[in-house]
Design a protein around this ligand. Structure first.
Ligand code: GDP
Ligand code: MG
Length: 767
């Protein structure tokens, strides 16, 4: 089978074309650097099937970034039968810079002029025929997004002759130098001598590693530095030849729509406040139980009647009939946000299934333990986790829209200025944002960061950007606080926790970049992509991927974990079955009680009394998968609630039940418990992430850094949790923490100024 490689600048539509050609559903993002690895598929629409390889986006074939090295090595070493060079037609000058380099390789090249739909919309014209004669290779106009011109492109690609000698735009400029350099490669029968010769003249690092290359360069260039000359010539060639190719619409000075939007969205002062407001609305629409604050900002301002007030439901039995149950999906004293409505809808459905199965088992005379295992253990755990899927998807949908439109790229650009002060470049923003979805792809994406230390620091803080699996912890605990104590707004607490994670990340990066991971922050050059309307199909693909992943996890890892948790909470050390009332004597309880004191400084340890071990167990099971935290609560809370005589309902209410039981049992004050619960969320957000994320981090981190990273996560989560609990419970402890932090900062500053060296002081003492 023939192999064609897709090469082009970042964000020119390679992956979109790849998907259109192969029917694959690879991630398309309006973001440079989304495709870091190469990927392949088969195109079957032509006279013969061909293999298509999607290479990472690159601006040149010089080895400045990992992507460039991957793409260059692939083209030179794997000898594809042709290169499909995708060119963003809305940005010809920049894109053709890469084309001029690809043309130097001895391989058939075809240029796909992509985004022609945009060009036409803007009223511009591009003469493909003229471009074809300038470049000397076929040029086909396409729109990958609208699947236009794809068939023509592939037909012409398949018709290209297999042999092609490289050509260069430097002809007539550096003829003599090129001849000498080519001779050096031809003597060794190197393939694509012209390409290598030009790179050698550019003093390319990879070329210079070759034996005798330095001498050959010296001989060819006579010591002259030609790198800048060559880049200059390429641009000159492009601009002189392009005038005959491109016809711009007359109104040149007028700002495009993108430019106008950018004036506001990337404004020096307003960009960041606007971003924060947008983020807040995203969270509000996902989590709020008080849509647009229609029911007032605080409880006192509330004026909407609840279903009980309306006589449609009773405190004890809930809704009067099925109709009211449906109404309660949307409204109960407050109007719910879309995210909450979807959640309610799914939970109503899941509740009925779970009730049905349990009733069926009871009527069929199943043993008590079996009903418990299925109802509280398996169904309770899995459904509790699945119930959060709508909110995860809603949040994810908003992020996908922001990314697809090109807004996130702007934010990276805006944040670069600020990131730089913390020792990161704007490039680190993308992996961090991806972290809100899942830490695993986020850690892989850090490969776009050129500097190893910057990369290590970024990988370490990625888990602080709370992922989809941690979202249930946030929502459930925030919901628990609101319902159990009647304080606050769930979405404000949730938003606050996300912000807290971001702040923790900033502080930690700042700390690391000033101590163990000191180094230069590489410059960040990025092309701002044009604004696009997000494509419905793309959005659905993102959501479907997420759903698949989540559901699969629920029915594998979470399924297994809930069974184990339920079993160990209903078995004593001598393997006797314990009913719910006996749970305090179970294996799980005794293990939990053993580790419980560790968490005392964080507020969810010994002070929570005899049932407090549930928190310790939840924190630990979360190390396998973060969804387990809530699955654990649900499974255990259902049992504890049942026996403590506190009838708990399904859904978020389990945690409320548990909180009520613990408050009554341990006598802990409301303020302290709230601080502890928030510390619990923060601990889970900043501690060691799940198995999968750890494995990825280990693979992506430089050698020997993983153990320090684990230690870092443990220390960070413990300190963050302790600060929140102590300050939340006793405000004056703030002064102690401030003093400690100030002292540490002072030490670091002094050390970095070279005025104070802990290690040498130590050594002096010893001797
Ligand atoms: P890659 O980085 O080169 O892989 O680019 P992607 O395939 O991820 O696409 C980048 C952005 O360009 C996405 O928002 C696409 O929807 C958009 N895009 C791709 N092809 C076209 C096209 O032909 N027309 C328009 N208008 N947008 C496109
Ligand atoms: Mg891509």
């Amino acid at each position: 089978m023939k192999i064609f490689a897709l090469a082009g600048n970042p964000n020119c539509g390679k992956t979109t074309l790849f998907n259109a050609l192969t029917g694959a559903t690879a991630h398309v993002g309006n973001w440079p650097g989304v495709t870091v690895d190469k990927r392949d598929g088969v195109y079957k629409g032509g006279s013969e099937p061909v293999n298509i390889v999607d290479l990472p986006g690159i601006y040149s074939l010089s080895p400045y970034t990992p992507e460039e090295v991957i793409s260059r090595n692939y083209i030179l070493d794997e000898h594809p039968d042709g290169i499909i060079n995708i060119v963003d037609a809305t940005n010809l000058e920049r894109n053709l810079y890469l084309t001029t380099q690809l043309l130097e390789i001895d391989v058939p090249v075809i240029v796909a002029l992509n985004m022609m739909d945009e060009v036409e919309k803007a009223g511009d014209k591009i003469d493909a025929k003229a471009l074809e004669s300038v470049l000397g290779v076929p040029v086909v106009e396409i729109s990958a997004l609208k699947s236009k011109g794809i068939k023509q492109l592939m037909d012409r690609a398949l018709a290209m002759s297999a042999q092609r000698k490289g050509t260069t735009v430097l002809k007539g400029v550096l003829d003599k130098q090129l001849e000498t350099a080519c001779a050096y490669y031809e003597a060794d029968e190197v393939k694509s001598p012209l390409f290598h010769a030009v790179k050698l003249l550019e003093s390319d690092e990879i070329e210079l590693e070759r034996k005798g290359a330095k001498d050959a360069l010296e001989k060819a260039s006579s010591g002259e530095d030609l790198e800048a000359v060559i880049a200059d010539e390429r641009y000159k060639y492009i601009s002189t030849n392009l005038s005959s190719v491109k016809v711009k619409k007359a109104d040149k000075g007028v700002l495009t729509k993108s430019d106008k939007i950018d004036r506001v969205l990337t404004h020096r002062v307003w960009a960041i406040p606007i971003f924060i407001v947008i983020l807040f609305f995203v969270f509000h629409l996902t989590f709020s139980e008080n849509l647009l604050f229609l029911n007032g900002f605080t409880e006192d301002m509330g004026w909407m009647p609840s279903l009980v007030d309306l006589g449609l439901a009773t405190e004890e039995d809930g809704a009067n009939n099925f109709g009211v149950e449906i109404l309660a999906i949307f409204y109960d004293g407050t109007v719910y946000s879309p995210g909450v409505i979807l959640t309610n809808f799914l939970n109503l459905f899941l509740d009925h299934i779970s009730d049905g199965i349990v009733t069926l088992m009871e009527n069929g005379g199943a043993a008590e333990w079996a009903t418990g295992l299925v109802g509280d253990g398996i169904l309770g755990g899995i459904f509790a986790v699945l119930g959060f899927l709508p909110q995860i998807l809603t949040l994810f949908l908003f992020f996908s829209i922001l990314e697809d439109t090109g807004y996130m790229a702007r934010i990276a650009f805006v944040l670069d200025r600020i990131f730089r002060r913390f020792g990161l470049s704007g490039r680190a923003f993308m992996p961090m944002i991806m972290g809100f979805g899942c830490s695993v792809p986020a850690a892989v994406n850090t490969r776009t960061l050129a500097d190893e230390k910057e990369r290590t620091a970024t990988i370490r803080v990625i888990p602080f950007f709370s992922c989809g699996a941690k979202l249930p912890i946030l929502t459930a605990v925030a919901g628990g606080i609101v319902t159990a104590f009647g304080v606050g707004n769930a979405d404000v607490i949730t938003f606050g926790m996300y912000v807290l994670g971001i702040c923790a990340a900033i502080v930690c990066v700042l700390l690391m970049r000033n101590t163990t991971l000191k180094g230069e922050t590489p410059p960040f050059i990025m092309e701002l992509p044009a604004y696009h309307l997000p494509l419905f199909k793309n959005l659905m693909i993102h959501l479907w991927d997420k759903t698949k992943h989540f559901v699969k996890k629920a029915f594998t890892i979470i399924f297994a974990s809930t069974i184990i948790i339920w079993l160990f909470s209903h078995l004593s050390w001598n393997w006797h079955y314990l009913p719910d009332e006996g749970m305090q004597n179970s294996i799980l309880a005794s293990i939990g009680m053993l580790v419980q004191p560790i968490f005392t400084p964080l507020g969810f340890g010994s002070q929570l009394g005899q049932f407090g071990w549930v928190f310790a167990v939840a924190a630990i099971t979360g190390l396998i998968a973060k969804e387990n935290v809530i699955a654990t609560f649900t499974t255990l809370a259902l049992c504890i609630g049942a026996y403590a005589g506190n009838g708990t309902e399904e859904g978020i209410e389990e945690l409320t039940g548990l909180i009520t039981v613990i408050t009554a049992d341990s006598g802990i004050s409301q303020g302290q418990f709230i601080a502890a619960l928030i510390a619990f969320i923060a601990f889970n957000m900043t501690t060691i992430p799940c198995f999968a994320a750890c494995a990825t981090a280990k693979a992506e981190l430089p050698k020997g850094q993983f153990k320090w990273t684990l230690l870092f996560w443990l220390a960070a989560s413990y300190i963050v949790g302790a600060i929140i609990y102590t300050v939340g419970s006793w405000w004056w402890t703030l002064f102690i923490w401030v003093a400690v932090i100030a002292a540490v900062t002072a030490l670091i500053v002094l050390r970095n100024l070279g005025k104070f060296d802990i290690i040498s002081i130590f050594k002096r003492r010893k001797s």
